[in-house]
Design a protein around this ligand. Sequence first.
Ligand code: PEP
Ligand code: CO
Length: 467
Amino acid sequence: MISDPTTDFPAFGSAQSNGAADYPGLDDWRAKPVSQQPTWEDSAEFESAMAELSSAPPLVFAGEVDVLRTQLAAAAQGEAFLLQGGDCAETFAGATANKISARVKTILQMAVVLTYGASLPVVKMGRMAGQFAKPRSSDTETRDGVTLPSFRGEIVNGFDFTPESRRHNPQRMVQAYNTSAATLNLVRAFTQGGFADLRSVHAWNQGFMKNPAYSRYEELAGEIDRAVRFMDAAGVDFSALRRTDFFTAHEALLLDYERALTRIDSRSGLPYSTSAHFLWIGERTRDLDGAHVEFLSKVRNPIGVKLGPTTKPEDALALIDKLDPEREPGRLTFITRMGAGRIREYLPALVEAVRDSGAQPLWVTDPMHGNTVTAANGYKTRRFDDVMDEVRGFFEVHRAAGTYPGGLHVEMTGDDVAECLGGSDPIDESAFADRYETLVDPRLNHQQSLEMAFLVTEALSHPDRSV
Ligand code: PEP
Ligand code: CO
């Protein structure tokens, strides 16, 4: 996965000891209030799943995690841009070669647009290979007078509304691990094995340009195409054209799962979560004195925290003190998800307080989770225009504060679904009946994702022009 030959460790050689890590403080979270956890009924089943995960091989390596931290540090200083994208909730059945390749390809295409248009390196990261656990606002769901446990993501229970499917089943954690391993294996093969070859991007650019609604982007897409063909014709053959780093991320919601996959890095003797390169704490579990913040304060991975509209400046400052006491570049990312109508009002106070404290976390916008609405026909959706408006607001606030708008976090898929409304080739509510597939939140489809990349590129490369 890490192709940079200048890094001084072998990509897969940083051996980590087997078995759950033993390190001071790694279990302190157990004494803290913990929300959003499953209730596993059968303790023998639970112990067996824990034992299996505790001795399973790591999914990612400490050296890769360290490379990511360095790249995020560059993004925090405006020298790179982070693109995080993927499903709201992955599914076991969705881990097919076609779906995984479509998603990876879409992220790579978005990244090419951003890299070329903004002349910035783009750090590519999937909400993939582990994004299986979902926080829910209610523990139960009632349909036609029948009440069952809510669906909490396939790492906990099934989506089908039956008592057996909705039971919290610890064996699902093992299945989530195995599905993550299979997904990551394919992602590594795609991004290292020629699939990410920049010389093939002209094919999608042409498809994109054929649609008259995209004439606005023709120029940029055409330029990228010409640049890549020129490099190819000139015989440029540097490995960066053919391979790319691609990192994984998920919400670290199930603390038992994360704890079981924590390993001690043999080089440094420090604990790393090996379930993904980057882990984030959700808006619902970011309590300063809660178990999630406590546990993640103890692992070396770069950590994200989602910040919603109720976040106060002092909350952000206290999170920095707890999660990044050394102010280590690249360690902490704040992912803001305010809502289009609120970001210009609420974000400035946070950004200014953090800036004035001297801390320099990476600021990323999640323009999805503050903009969820229910469509007239009952589907949970998001309007592309609201999503874009939040992105615009994010850029405006950072420009005004003199801080760096350093990344984009989106729920997207490479497939032609109809889950979010609008876009240049507009999706309307009537399309939901046939092409709405998500189990939890609505995602941008392939075209909407590319369109967003073009719009963000304009904001990055022309800071003073509104997009
Ligand atoms: C999510 O990222 O899917 C999510 C639940 O986000 P948030 O914690 O911001 O609501
Ligand atoms: Co979501």
